[in-house]
Design a protein around this ligand. Structure first.
Ligand code: 1PX
Length: 215
């Protein structure tokens, strides 16, 4: 869905996009997945320019996926499942070392997929947090348990510094624009199972094809 620039941001709409990712056969629709990320990046940008090195990378990955969708084989990229099949059948993925396909759909989506695990962990912490919990701590714990292992030291340090700039829990909830803290918690409780499901389906698919380590 197109959100106009001046329209107020609402995080539940973004999380709904992830809900709409799944087809009846539990395939993940790339357009919707990417739209979900675009909304999250918009939210992150509204938190301040210290996050722009993160959003730049996310945007470039989103753009790679959009270009693949708009390319001449775009229909092969309708779902993550069709993408994996198409790219593997046509040897379009560098599986063990970097080579001639540095921007494959499988590789690019894996980066977003790993970040989705961070999101899941962070949102779960937010959902169950006490009033005096610190968003920066929740965010960095979620990061250490997920994405950090894939990032070099320098990125980890930069990410850690950015987390310290996160607003407090209540302000953070307000920026989400969902309603009272109780409504935020309820919304997260509804959204999280769907995000987990999208994550798990992708994880299983990548594991089945031995794609979890694409360099
Ligand atoms: C209510 C919560 C909503 C929060 C929304 C936040 C959206 C965050 C979007 C983050 C997307 C990050 C994608 C990172 C992909 C990645 O791992 N890229 C690295 C590897 O790429 P390469 O092509 O080299 O293999 C790349 O090196 C990354 C560089 C940028 C630093 C990434 C730090 C990620 C921290 C994630 C946490 C975001 C914290 C936002 C706080 C709201």
């Amino acid at each position: 869905t197109a959100m106009s620039v001046d329209e107020k941001f609402c995080l539940s709409e973004v999380l709904d996009t992830f809900k709409s990712c799944l087809t009846e056969n539990k395939e993940v629709i790339i357009d919707k997945y990417v739209a979900g990320w675009r909304g999250l990046v918009r939210f992150m940008n509204s938190l301040g320019s210290i996050f722009s090195f993160i959003s730049k990378d996310a945007v470039s990955k989103i753009q790679i996926m959009v270009n693949l969708r708009n390319g001449e084989n775009g229909e092969q990229y309708f779902t993550i499942q069709s993408m994996v099949k198409y790219e593997l059948d046509n040897s379009l993925v560098d599986i063990t070392k970097r080579g001639s396909h540095p921007e494959s759909g499988c590789r690019t989506l894996l980066r977003l997929h790993r970040a989705l695990r961070w999101l899941e962990l962070f949102l779960e912490r937010l959902r169950t947090s006490a009033e005096d919990s610190k968003t920066s701590v929740m965010c960095s714990e979620a990061y250490s348990e997920s994405l950090a292992q894939f990032h070099p030291w320098l990125i980890q340090k930069a990410a850690g510094m950015a987390f310290c700039a996160l607003p407090g829990r209540l302000t953070f909830f307000e920026v989400m624009n969902v309603g009272s803290p109780e409504q935020v918690v309820a919304m997260l409780g509804e959204a999280l199972p769907l995000i987990s499901e999208v994550y798990q389906i992708t994880e299983d698919l990548y594991a089945k094809h031995d794609l979890l380590g694409i360099p």
